[in-house]
Design a protein around this ligand. Structure first.
Ligand SMILES: [Fe+2]
Ligand SMILES: [Fe+2]
Length: 501
């Protein structure tokens, strides 16, 4: 996930270093396992024109209230696509600003009561050029556009809320089948030396011997993957921001809350087992790794989900497949480097990710059934924004200082993952293709012009990424030929250097 580009930059946490665009694409399949591939700067197509809407400009007693969307005169959905997720209001007026006629939603009142700066930039009903058929009730994404600071929030419309509520019985019936109980699950202790055993030290020695030949670049990627898994509190937090599906109490008796808690419980084993394995291996600087995890959880993540389950479940569908691919390739490489226990462990993680991917893609497929236009727009919106890797805010407060201005730990970690074939830009394109096929995008019947346009965009999207991947590869080969290949030192491996491409 590296490179420079017009790909939308992360909106939030301005004090944090944003990874460059290509970083967000770098991936997780082993298309060319032992071949060097390069990270790819991917740009999105920002030239789509969307239907003009009967836009109601924001106005307030507090002065200037025009947001970027209001200035363009486009519908909220158009603004979503044209401005990208990261673009907040050009100038942020103080206080709560709502367009005339804007309904007072409870979440707005709550936010206002806490003096949080919110701007609702446009009315929530978009007007596509071609009038939808009589009886069309709108889609899940044409909710109000509300800004919290420079982050868009609560974009799920009333129609979208109805859709998610209507899926409650479906979720209760379908989602549990994708979960495994604690009794049926492997646990980290099953895969690591038994600390209660008299031959514990011998088992640890065997683990260390098996890991002895893992190369530095592989270790960087394994640490990056582990750190990503260890930031699980952020992901549970993310799921619990979602309108209609969040766990309201921490122990809610709803199918969505049940799913979130049990998914988290399964995921918790991933970071746990990788962390313990790396600790016992003695191959990495655990203090540096642990402080990186602490920083990352403190920073959170910003995949631009707008508290919207449509967007989030597209994101998690993509990410679960990406992690499945990444851990699967990590397993193959572990085997190649002679570490069979690590290959088994990462392979088991990959199989968990595959189940989770199946669940999230089933949720989105069901949204497509109930709200084809909304689901189509959500998928396109996430593709236009670019899928950020969950650890995109990772930092160790050393990397940039040691490797020079402009370098970024996340970008460099993703470059190494790409270079050793754990997750490449082509993997990203493959995931797009897979999801287009999984949700049968070409045959979905949509009714609005904007959804039809999103559909056309999605069908061609992977081609754009592959073209960029090819350009990236050419550049990498050229740089190598000229002896300009970059390296970076990583604190995680005792400040040793590895090649980035
Ligand atoms: Fe995981
Ligand atoms: Fe996962």
């Amino acid at each position: 996930m590296l490179g420079a580009s017009r790909w939308a930059q992360p909106a939030a946490a301005p004090q944090q270093t944003s990874p460059s665009a290509a970083m967000r694409l770098t991936a997780w399949t082993l298309r060319r396992p032992f071949q060097k591939t390069s990270p790819c700067p991917v740009t999105h197509d920002g030239n789509h024109t969307y239907a003009r809407a009967n836009l109601v400009h924001a106005s307030s007693s507090g002065g200037s209230s025009s947001s970027s969307n209001a200035q363009t005169g486009l519908s909220p959905t158009a603004g979503r696509n044209l401005s990208g997720a990261s673009a907040g209001p050009a100038s942020r007026p103080a206080g709560l600003i709502l367009p005339p006629g804007f309904r007072s939603a409870p979440m707005i009142a709550t936010a206002a009561a806490t003096s949080t700066e919110i701007v609702a930039s446009a009315a929530y009903s978009s007007a596509p050029e071609a009038s939808p058929p009589a009886g069309y009730r709108g889609h899940g994404l044409d909710g109000p556009i509300i800004w919290l600071g420079n982050q868009r929030v609560h974009s799920l419309s009333e129609r979208g809320r109805d859709v998610m509520r209507s899926m409650s019985n479906w979720a209760a019936k379908e989602l549990p089948r994708y979960l495994k109980s604690a009794e049926r699950s492997w646990q980290p202790a099953d895969l690591l030396p038994d600390s209660a055993s008299p031959d514990f030290y011998d088992q640890v020695s065997a683990l260390r011997a098996a890991s002895a030949n893992l190369p530095n670049d592989y270790l960087v990627v394994l640490v990056g993957d582990m750190v990503t898994e260890e930031a699980l509190p952020s992901y549970m937090n993310m799921l619990n921001t979602l309108d209609e599906t969040r766990d309201e109490t921490g122990a809610s008796d709803t199918p969505w809350a049940h799913w979130t808690r049990h998914w988290t419980a399964e995921e918790n084993r991933h970071g746990d087992v990788l962390n313990k394995y790396l600790y016992l291996s003695g191959r990495v600087d655990m203090h540096s790794v642990e402080s990186t995890i602490q920083r990352l959880i403190g920073r959170g993540l910003d995949p631009k989900l707008e508290n919207n389950p449509y967007l989030c479940f597209v994101y998690t569908s993509f990410q679960e497949r990406a992690t499945r691919i990444s851990h699967g390739n990590t397993a193959r490489l572990a085997q190649y480097h002679g570490d069979v226990p690590l290959a088994k462990l990462t392979g088991l993680i990959a199989s968990d990710e595959a189940r989770h991917e199946a669940a999230y893609t089933a949720i989105v497929a069901e949204i497509f059934e109930r709200d084809p236009d909304g689901a189509m727009l959500a998928f396109a919106d996430m593709m236009r924004k670019g899928i950020v890797m969950p650890a995109h805010f990772v930092d160790d407060d050393w990397h940039t200082q040691a490797n020079g201005k402009g370098t970024n730990l996340f970008v460099d970690y993703a470059a190494v993952a790409d270079a050793i074939g754990v997750y490449t830009t082509n993997d990203y394109a493959n995931i797009v293709d897979h999801l287009v096929k999984r949700w049968d995008i070409g045959n979905v019947k949509v009714v609005t012009g904007e959804a039809a346009e999103a559909q056309a965009f999605l069908i061609k999207h992977s081609e754009r990424i592959r073209r960029l991947a090819d350009l990236q590869m050419e550049r990498r080969m050229r740089d190598r030929k000229r002896g300009k290949g970059r390296t970076a030192a990583f604190s995680w491996i005792f400040k040793r250097e590895v090649a980035l491409g």
